[in-house]
Design a binder for this molecule. Structure first.
Ligand SMILES: NC(=O)c1ccc[n+]([C@@H]2O[C@H](COP(=O)([O-])OP(=O)(O)OC[C@H]3O[C@@H](n4cnc5c(N)ncnc54)[C@H](O)[C@@H]3O)[C@@H](O)[C@H]2O)c1
Ligand SMILES: [Zn+2]
Length: 358
């Protein structure tokens, strides 16, 4: 097993990575300040695959474990489903010493985490992420929440888990498109912080596509290590944590103008990462050879790398300006200076217009 610490004073916790470790979670939770009843929150796709080892392990360790199964999909990360979740947690009789276990991808993690953050003013929760995106990104860092008609993740809280328990075996059943979308976030870590990881991805494509456990654990370890370090220094995104948004300023705009139906989040981030690299090159920050390396890696994982012709660039621009990162007329971007290093810089609107036009 591999352990990575997220250092946040009294809110510190461990990310534990391994292969075939789901059935050991109960033992580990015995040593935590949790007692009695626990809720295993999952969805209709993930629970039939991985619910039994988690629930059984909790029971073997002396807990009462109650499954709570949500419908599957981002469209259910909303207030109605959250209300039903509260009803279930109250019905089970969870108390202040109880814990919630979030078993699933980022959707389950975000909504179950937010329920834990707010139930009886906050109870313990544990992330058991089962998508690559959740394993390298959403399960770490304590951002929880739900969507609102006005926008994604509009209602939420920072609430750190007590433990992240990641089993690489769960990736074997993940649909390939989801795996590749998660790879976009892994590529992101390479570009912002870790050129060795970037090089590793270039060399190990086949092993990644076949979900070789050792290879996947390496990727997850490097990714979580970077995220843990950044979150430890800037838990609430007042500065440094913003570097994790590389590719996301344009990526979010692509998701918004396509109504969140055409691209998975990671696919939109892939488009955003390449465009933001091109932007960095136009501004003289990044060499065109490095832009091509980024393009090559993104395309080698079958991820989209350009904005489709039918997307209107002025719609993209206004969506970015409405986004929370806009500052007056200029927009803030995370721009690579080389693979492994980024800086944050404001970019004038006319520069973006040129980027989209050419
Ligand atoms: N909290 C954060 O810091 C943070 C960061 C990034 C993204 N997010 C959020 O995460 C969500 C996206 O997460 P996601 O990409 O994991 O999507 P998801 O949770 O919708 O999972 C994708 C699909 O894969 C299925 N699935 C999950 N694990 C599986 C497995 N092992 N085998 C087979 N199928 C499996 C799910 O049921 C779902 O159908 C978004 O809501 C986003 O806002 C949060
Ligand atoms: Zn992302």
């Amino acid at each position: 097993m591999i352990k990575i610490g997220v250092e946040l004073g009294e809110r510190s916790y461990e990310i534990v990575l391994g292969t075939g470790i789901l059935h050991q979670i109960g033992e580990v939770m015995k040593s935590m300040e949790v007692s009695g009843k626990t809720a295993v929150v999952s969805n209709t796709t993930v629970f039939p695959l991985y619910g039994a080892p988690v629930v059984d392990s909790m029971k073997d360790a002396g807990f009462e474990a109650f499954p709570v199964i949500l419908p599957d999909g981002e469209e259910y990360k909303n207030l109605d489903v959250l209300t039903r979740l509260y009803d279930e947690l109250l019905g089970i009789g969870l108390d202040r010493k109880s814990a919630v276990i979030a078993l699933g991808g980022g959707v389950v993690g975000d909504i179950a985490g937010f329920a834990a953050a707010t139930y009886m003013r906050g109870i313990a929760y544990v992330q058991v992420p089962t998508t690559l995106l959740a394993q390298v990104d959403s399960s770490v860092g304590g951002k929880t929440g739900i969507d609102h008609a006005a926008g994604k993740n509009m209602i939420g809280a920072f609430w750190q888990p007590k433990l992240v328990w990641t089993d690489s075996e769960t990736l074997r059943t993940l649909p390939e498109r989801q795996l590749l979308a998660g790879m976009a976030e892994v590529i992101k870590y390479g570009i912002i912080r870790d050129k060795d990881l970037f090089g590793y991805l270039e060399l190990n494509r086949e092993r990644i596509l076949s979900r070789d456990d050792e290879t996947m654990l390496y990727l997850i370890r490097r990714s979580c290590g970077i995220k843990a370090e950044i979150v430890s220094k800037d838990e609430r995104e007042s500065g440094l944590r913003a570097v994790l948004n590389y590719g996301h300023t344009i990526g979010h705009a692509v998701e918004t103008v396509t109504g969140y139906t055409r691209f998975l989040h990671g696919e939109a981030v892939a488009i955003g990462m390449l465009l933001e690299a091109e932007l960095a090159a136009r501004l003289g920050l990044l060499s065109s050879a490095e832009v091509e390396k980024i393009r090559g890696l993104i395309e080698s994982f079958g991820l989209p790398s350009g904005i489709p012709d039918d997307i209107d660039s002025s719609a993209l621009l206004s969506s970015m300006q409405l986004d929370k990162k806009a500052l007056g007329g200029a927009l803030r971007f995370v721009l690579p200076e080389r693979i492994g290093k980024v800086r944050i810089q404001t970019v004038a609107t006319k520069e973006l217009m040129r980027l989209f036009r050419d």
